[in-house]
Design a protein around this ligand. Structure first.
Ligand code: 9PG
Length: 857
């Protein structure tokens, strides 16, 4: 359902200023005004009914109406896009006092805008706001998706009747006379009018954007922050000061949108230290327009590392950093601290913005991450005026150059930035991920790897006997549960950093373990954290010069990990040093060619990108991390499966084959304590891990194979309920990432093994998290396969609830399926009747999931 704002008639479209086209532009404006003055079209087929007495009674009863269809008229002209609701279909519900739920009545009553109806809208998606609107032409910014509309007045006149679940859009496009044609493949175009750059999209506009660069010269801070740029309207645009010359350029994106890039040249005779290069920054309420403004926006905010959370935020929410300093840097980039204030967001690498009322969106995403880390900042605040909403304070997209040293005459470019807008922000995020993957030569396995991992059952106590027992168990379940590799996780090494020294729990040695695993026909996997070293490790003691140090010369601490030894600091290797790179090459070569491991899980990799003073002072933090990763790849060879973990996303694209995209699962759902300690960023929590499994699903197959972490189906050593196991299985299967078991499989009861088998059976589709932007925890995941479509419904609530799935709306329409009479649910095998557009799932436990299977005919 998409409902947008009413267009104020005769409103002057905000076009470009001045010039010889004024007369023609006036004509265009009057044409737009005339079109808007026309009565809006209505949904068809439509049957005019006299308002019946029955309807009158319902209305007197405070009938609740739920939007089931709308006709949205989109009016586009070169500088802005407006939507208005032409008509709105409402399905009436009557409260059922006995069952305390609303019951849909069989007939679909419809209210048409233009009726004099007073409506009141409960808008759960837009916060607790109750929006009161007269239907007579004042529909403005009413987020109706999933809302209940209460009709308060009386329908005096005719009420049309339409088929339910109908949402249509009509569209009119106006080309401004004299404006240049749109860039061929682009929905966004840039122009440098007034000395600043306007990025004009089909649904969003970024206005008066300017680049800015901060740096240091002779130790003192400096900035090149032009207030106007030179150059032709279509760019490139330039600006200079005594030390730097910048060039901003724009070109069409690979599929859509526009790609911006900033080139810097050191023009003075002084060496500089480069901090931040902002490709575009704009401010004020007019700086960014999308839909009716920030009150309706939802931001996909991406976190720094594998373990950092990614999710949708409303603009009035706050985004706090973790409180536990010991592990803070594992999820939050210490180089990019955040304010934590409501409405102030920092997204790493990319950000997606969706206007909830219209469904339109804007994505800003960097198309590279190997050269520098990057952030998108969006700040909104409540405007001073009473009863008015939030306003944009600032928007910017910045590459972090981390104070690298640049000599006179040097040149350097930022990563490219894709700016794309359109009516479907989920598809835009997919397009960004695909473009990044393409630009940085992503390694995407032909099918997601599957296997077994020792960590979530044995943790650091894992022994040789555990692995040998796991091998026997793997053979016993092989027909039901394919396990392509067996991973010996953390617990084999003598010390963090000393990866080739095995502890006494593996008396046969790790080469023998690899041979034993391979003898069962499976690949052998081994865990290591190649860029960190325990303060007492041989490597740290033997090579103090290898350690990354801060500006004062003290070794940088990566973390204190209570699992290892809470009193021991973990230090960081400076991966820009040739000797460290050689060590990494030799290490990876020994583990693979030497010992026989074909799968390496590279953990705690963020450490290589922590701030510090590096051997190569021209290397950004991203480059340092990338150099470490590339050294591992060189040593491991092309055929080794590298699984990244605890790893910032951008620098990993093109080196790793698979990537953990969330925090660790745990044999508990995750409670308030971990939420408090981590500021909801991570922590060991199945809830938070599965949230990222859904919110980062669009990275899968585009940047790497997503590793959603392990699926635990066991009944021993776990506090996960059966419902939570179903949730885990459904989330992993429908998002089609890696499926990795971490149970002692010979202790898993057959009915639970069946769930693991089902995970494999359900996987393999193309996933779309349909309500990615609707709230922090997506509920609807649709997986499309050649022969069937799976519709997953995830229940995050802490109480059991009666749930239904609505087979209606744009997500249903895009599947192009016939609505069947009944549908099979994957976990229960139950045939569920489809009543109208609705499938009643019955009572669903807390933290449970259901998967509806639509077999294609
Ligand atoms: C092994 C584990 C598993 C797991 C990884 C990673 O911040 N911390 O203290 C912290 C500890 C453990 C951890 C992540 C963070 O888990 O994700 O799969 O391999 O290491 O130690």
């Amino acid at each position: 359902m998409i409902v947008g704002e009413h267009v104020e008639e005769g409103r002057r479209p905000r076009g470009r200023v001045g010039g010889q086209d004024d007369g023609r532009r006036r004509a265009l404006r009057s044409q737009i005004a005339a079109d808007l003055a026309q009565p809006p079209p209505t949904l068809r087929p439509m049957l005019l009914l006299q308002a019946s007495q029955a309807l009158g009674l319902f209305l007197a009863d405070e009938l609740s109406l739920e939007p089931i269809g709308a006709l949205v008229e989109t009016i586009r002209h070169p500088t802005e896009t407006r939507h208005r609701v032409a008509s709105l279909a409402l399905c009436h519900h009557r409260p059922d006092p006995k069952r305390r739920r609303r019951r849909a009545l069989p007939c679909a009553a419809v209210a048409l805008l233009g009726e004099r109806l007073e409506v009141e809208v409960d808008a759960p998606c837009g916060g607790a706001d109750r929006v009161r609107r007269s239907a007579q032409g004042a529909w403005s910014h009413v987020p109706l998706q999933g809302c209940v509309v209460h009709l308060k007045g009386s329908a005096e006149r005719s009420v049309p009747r339409i088929a339910p679940a109908e949402t249509r859009k009509t569209s009119k496009t106006y080309e401004e006379p004299g404006s240049r044609a749109r860039l061929a493949s682009s929905s966004v175009r840039a122009e440098g009018g007034n000395g600043a750059v306007d990025l004009v999209g089909s649904v969003a506009t970024i206005r008066s954007a300017l680049p800015a660069v901060t740096y240091r010269v002779s130790g003192g801070p400096a900035a090149l922050a032009p207030t106007r740029l030179d150059g032709p309207r279509e760019g490139p645009w330039t600006a200079s000061d005594d030390h730097l010359h910048l060039t901003l350029s724009a070109r069409p994106g690979p599929e859509q949108g526009l790609v911006l890039r900033l080139d810097l040249a050191i023009v003075g005779d002084r060496r500089i230290r480069l901090d931040d290069a902002t490709l575009l920054a704009t401010g004020g309420p007019a700086g960014l327009s999308l839909g009716d403004g920030p009150d309706g926006w939802s931001l996909w905010r991406n976190g720094w590392s594998s373990w950092a959370n990614a999710r949708a935020f409303r603009m009035d929410e706050a985004d706090p950093d973790p409180r536990l300093f010991a592990i803070r840097d594992t999820t939050i980039d210490p180089g990019t601290p955040r304010s934590g204030q409501p409405g102030d967001f920092r997204s790493e690498l990319a950000a997606g913005l969706a206007d909830q009322p219209t469904g339109d969106g804007l994505v800003l995403g960097f198309l590279g991450g190997a050269r520098c880390l990057s952030v998108i900042d969006l700040k909104t605040e409540k405007s001073g005026a009473p009863a008015s909403g939030r306003q944009v304070v600032s928007l910017s997209a910045t590459c972090r150059f981390d104070g690298i040293t640049l000599e006179p005459g040097a040149t350097i470019a930022t990563e490219d930035l894709l700016v794309a807008d359109g009516p479907d922000p989920i598809t835009l995020l997919e397009a960004w991920a695909a473009a990044l993957g393409q630009a940085q030569h992503a390694r995407v396995p032909a099918s997601p790897p599957h296997g077994w991992c020792s960590w979530y059952y044995h943790y650091s106590k894992v022994t040789e006997a555990d692995i040998r027992r796991a091998l026997v168990a793997a053979d016993a379940v092989a027909t039901d549960v394919p396990l392509g590799y067996l991973m010996i996780d953390d617990g084999h090494q003598q010390a963090i950093g000393d990866w080739l020294a095995t502890n006494a729990k593996f008396p046969s040695g790790m080469a023998a373990m690899a041979a034993a695993i391979r003898a069962t026909g499976r690949d052998a996997g081994i865990w290591l954290a190649p860029f960190i070293a325990d303060v007492r490790s041989d490597v740290a003691l033997a090579h103090p010069d290898w350690l990354l140090r801060d500006e004062a010369g003290a070794p940088v601490t990566a973390l204190w990990n209570q699992i290892w030894n809470a009193r021991h600091r973990q230090l960081v290797l400076d991966c820009t040093r040739p000797d460290v790179q050689e060590h990494l090459v030799n290490l990876a070569a020994t583990l693979t060619q030497g010992w026989g491991y074909g799968v390496l899980k590279l953990d705690f990799c963020y450490a290589a990108a922590l701030p510090g003073r590096r051997h190569d002072q021209a290397a950004t933090r991203a480059r340092a991390l990338r150099a470490g990763l590339e050294a591992v790849r060189r040593g491991a060879g092309d055929d080794t499966l590298l699984i990244g973990c605890g790893l910032p996303l951008g620098p990993a694209v093109g080196v790793v084959d698979a990537m953990r995209i969330g925090t660790d699962v745990a044999p508990v759902w995750g409670g308030r304590l971990s939420r408090w300690a981590t500021g909801d960023q991570g922590g060991l929590s199945t809830r938070v891990a599965m949230r990222n499994t859904l919110t980062r699903a669009h990275l899968h197959g585009r940047l790497w194979a997503n590793d959603p972490d392990c699926v635990m189906v066991r009944t021993d050593r776990t506090r996960l309920t059966e419902a939570e196991v179903r949730f885990l299985v459904a989330a992993v299967a429908l998002t089609d990432g890696m499926i990795v078991s971490s149970d002692q499989l010979d202790r898993v009861p057959p009915e639970r093994l069946d769930l693991l088998r089902l995970a494999h059976e359900l996987a393999g589709g193309t996933c779309r998290v349909a309500d990615l932007f609707a709230g922090p925890e997506p509920q609807t995941v649709i997986s499309t396969k050649a022969d069937e479509v799976l519709w997953g419904r995830f229940h995050w609530g802490n109480r059991s609830a009666r749930l239904a799935v609505e087979l209606a709306g744009p997500e249903w329409d895009r599947l192009g399926l016939e609505r069947p009479a009944a549908i099979v649910e994957a976990f229960t095998g139950a045939q569920l009747p489809v009543t109208g557009t609705s499938v009643d799932l019955g009572q669903v436990d807390a933290h449970d999931a259901r998967v509806l299977r639509f077999v294609r005919s």
